[in-house]
Design a protein around this ligand. Structure first.
Ligand SMILES: *Cc1c(COP(=O)(O)O)cnc(C)c1O
Length: 366
């Protein structure tokens, strides 16, 4: 069907920067720089400087950025890693792929890891904690870092949705031992396909992740172990380098759109708006997520009105029987699965479109 307002607008995004993208593609292909060339290195330097970490390693997905971060930090069989169920399945999958045990805790009002619950979940087997900075908002990291320090645990941040977000003036991805970002097209910074990047201040972790992404090859002639093939395409890196020039403006625009939603949708008793940026949080609004009454009906109603929204997790992650996580009981996460809906929020969205979304939501309830 033809939507009036789409949930993402990939072609609009492409058209806006088309000339610059095509010029870049032509430049890279003419140079013949395809695999791990200077554009990847340049991208890694730019990300390290944006996140304010010593190292960044470009990979072929956010999932591998998290998986390799855990592996490089020594997570393996017998270890427990604490994370949340109110997240994308990848956060939990990477723990399982390390042969370790995911321990899921509930989230709070802000959709983020409840630190009280983290403390309760720690056992002698706990090795690491993976906070998820969902929707582009950083978890309560001061509290989590003091918990981790006291209990000698380390933190791997799932910053897949939070490039550029800040907590107490520090960037997402700079708090833990390592962090993983996703460069999936719909993320705040996206490739034209798949991509990811990990950040760390630890030289040994950076080095291990570089080996893991390229079959353990230190050089063409020296192998330092078994690895994977998880390189970010040099062509994608070159395009990302173009996009990074516009990135601060895109974050600004996402925050403006969020501002329109906060104003336009306030005072409706059936809607709970997401937490706002304040002195401690600078949010990047990867998603603008409402908690609403009669969510499924609203979703269909908006679709009829030509507004595409996302109802991503109608079934709580731990309730998918195929994942073997049904022994967890997470009341708040389960409640959210019935109530959350994401509105269109991306730099190319116009004020008129945002206004149309607001009027459509309002007309359902008021
Ligand atoms: C997107 C995402 C991932 C996975 O990233 P990919 O690039 O799709 O592999 C992991 N965690 C969260 C919270 C995500 O949103």
């Amino acid at each position: 069907m033809e939507y009036k307002v789409r949930f993402v607008n990939y072609s609009g995004h492409y058209q806006k920067y088309r000339d610059e993208f095509l010029q870049t593609i032509d430049d890279v292909l003419s140079r013949g720089d395809l695999v791990l060339r200077r554009d990847v290195e340049e991208f890694e330097q730019k990300i390290a400087s944006l996140v304010a970490t010593r190292y960044a390693v470009a990979l072929n997905s956010g999932t591998d950025a998290l998986f390799f971060s855990l592996k490089a930090a020594g997570i393996g069989p017998g270890d427990e890693v604490i994370t949340v169920a109110h997240t994308f399945v990848a956060s939990v999958a990477v723990i399982v792929h390390c042969g370790s045990t995911p321990i899921l805790v509930d989230v709070g009002e802000d959709f983020l890891m409840d630190m009280e619950k983290v403390e309760e979940a720690i056992t002698p087997r706990t090795k690491a904690i993976m906070p998820v900075h969902l929707n582009g908002r950083v978890c309560e990291m001061d509290r989590l870092m003091s918990i981790a320090q006291n209990r000698h645990l380390f933190i791997i941040e799932d910053a897949a949705q939070a490039l550029g977000a800040e907590f107490q003036g520090r960037k997402a991805g700079s708090f833990g031992r390592a962090a993983g970002f996703s460069l999936y097209p719909a993320k705040v910074l996206g490739t034209f396909g798949d991509g990811g990047v990990m950040t760390t201040n630890d030289e040994r972790i950076a080095e291990k992740v570089r080996l893991l992404r390229d079959h353990g090859q230190k050089t063409k002639t020296e192998l330092l172990g078994y690895g994977f093939n998880s390189r970010l395409d040099n062509l994608q890196a070159a395009i990302l380098n173009v996009k990074l020039k516009y990135f601060p403006g895109w974050i600004q625009r996402r925050r403006e759109i969020a501002g329109l939603y906060y104003t336009g949708l306030s005072g409706i008793s059936q809607i709970q708006l997401p937490p706002r940026s304040d002195e401690t949080h600078l949010d990047v609004y990867q998603n603008y997520v409402l908690r609403v009454e009669r969510r499924d009906e609203l979703f269909s109603y908006l679709k009829e009105k030509g507004v595409e929204t996302l109802m991503k997790d109608p079934i709580a992650l731990h309730h998918h029987s195929s994942l073997g996580l049904s022994h967890f009981s997470l009341p708040y996460t389960e409640q959210l699965a019935k109530e959350v809906i994401s509105l269109p929020c991306y730099p190319e969205l116009s004020n008129e479109e945002a206004e149309y979304v607001i009027q459509a939501v309002k007309s359902f309830y008021v």
